[in-house]
Every structure is written in C-alpha cells, then in structure tokens.
Design a protein around this ligand. Sequence first.
Ligand SMILES: Cc1cc2nc3c(=O)[nH]c(=O)nc-3n(C[C@H](O)[C@H](O)[C@H](O)COP(=O)(O)O)c2cc1C
Length: 195
Amino acid sequence: MQNDVKLTDYLRDRHSTPVAQIKEPGPSQEELESILASSARVPDHGKLAPWRFIVYRGAVRESLGLEFLKIALQDNPDLADPAQEAERARFTRAPLVVAVVSTAAPHAKIPEWEQVLSAGAVCLNMLMAANAQGYVANWRSEWIAYDGRALTILGVREGEKVAGFIHIGSTDFPTPDRPRPQLSDIVTYAGDGQA
Ligand SMILES: Cc1cc2nc3c(=O)[nH]c(=O)nc-3n(C[C@H](O)[C@H](O)[C@H](O)COP(=O)(O)O)c2cc1C
C-alpha cells in the first residue's frame, strides 16, 4: 500500500481491505512495534490505558484454528467441510492478527463506557498505523470474540473483552470503497447553524 499520501487525502479515502484479500507479507518486528506504539496513542480519560494487545503470528495461528474448529464441532458436530475449513483458517487468512483487548472496569471517576470507547479508538488507530507502514488491515470480531471457550484459548482474561481482532498484511487487490453516509443524514447543526 502507498504510504506517502497527504494526511487529508488519506483520511478522505481511508478504507479497510477485506480479510479475504489480505496476504503475505506482514510487518517486520520493527514495523509491528511502530504500529503497536502508534495504536496506543489514543485519547484515554484518566490515563488508565484500559486496553492491551495480544499478537498472533506464525504457527500459533494454525493451532488456534484447530482449537476454534474443536469448539465449533462441539456446538455443531455436523459442520460442513467448507465451514470446518473456515474455522481452521480463521487466523491464517492474514499474516498477523492483533487482539485489542479492552480491560475496562468500574472506576471511581472514569466511566467504564469511556474506557471502552478508548479501546475502539485504539482499533481504528491500528488500522491507520498499519496503513502508514504500507500494510492493509481489517477490524473483525467474529464469534470467537464472544465465546468464553475461545477467549480462554486466545489468552483473554476473565472480565476482559475483545474490542477487535485487527488483521494486518499486504494486498494487490484494489479495494473499491463502500457506500458512506451522507453528511446531511448524520449532522445536525444546533441553534440556527451559524458559524
Ligand atoms: C467492532 C467491529 C467488529 C467488526 N467485526 C466484523 C466481523 O466480524 N465480520 C465482518 O465481516 N466485518 C466486521 N466488521 C466490519 C469490517 O471491519 C469492515 O471491513 C469495515 O466496516 C470496513 O470499513 P472501512 O472500510 O471504513 O474501514 C467489524 C467492524 C467493527 C467496527
């Protein structure tokens, strides 16, 4: 992906790449650390850093896929072959998957909702930080973000939630943009609307 565009042009056109279109190569260790450090630079009321990252790369993605398949078969022993393959391949579609884990918890001053929002900001930042390093990315949740058995094997602790599994890699697929909301449908000017 081109990474020498002006920030205004980038923000005007920013979009994700479908996971099915993401392939090797993924970021190097140095690039990954830059992506993670940039991702953590988000508004964070109270400076609680109510999020953490789990990086899945290399062979662990395949063993996790087998675990996802085991769980899926527990729930549906008749799972069709293509669906079984989809479970196995869940984390091998992209060279790198990062879980953005929300550690939001009740706090004397900072509403939990605001801590959760900060984790969402981390996810979008990670999409953009990956783009800045020349990679493409996609923010997914899928059933594994909501299944206690999957969360345990993924290393997510009791009380934590997955804000997103950010899939990062490269592509040669020119992703068409998707429809975007019209400003007139989402913006209200309070009062008489005068600047
Ligand atoms: C919290 C969250 C979870 C998502 N989970 C999925 C998912 O499980 N499967 C899916 O197909 N898309 C999912 N998406 C949508 C993809 O990220 C989609 O590619 C994205 O909306 C594209 O928008 P963009 O081009 O503006 O980045 C999710 C989006 C968000 C914000």
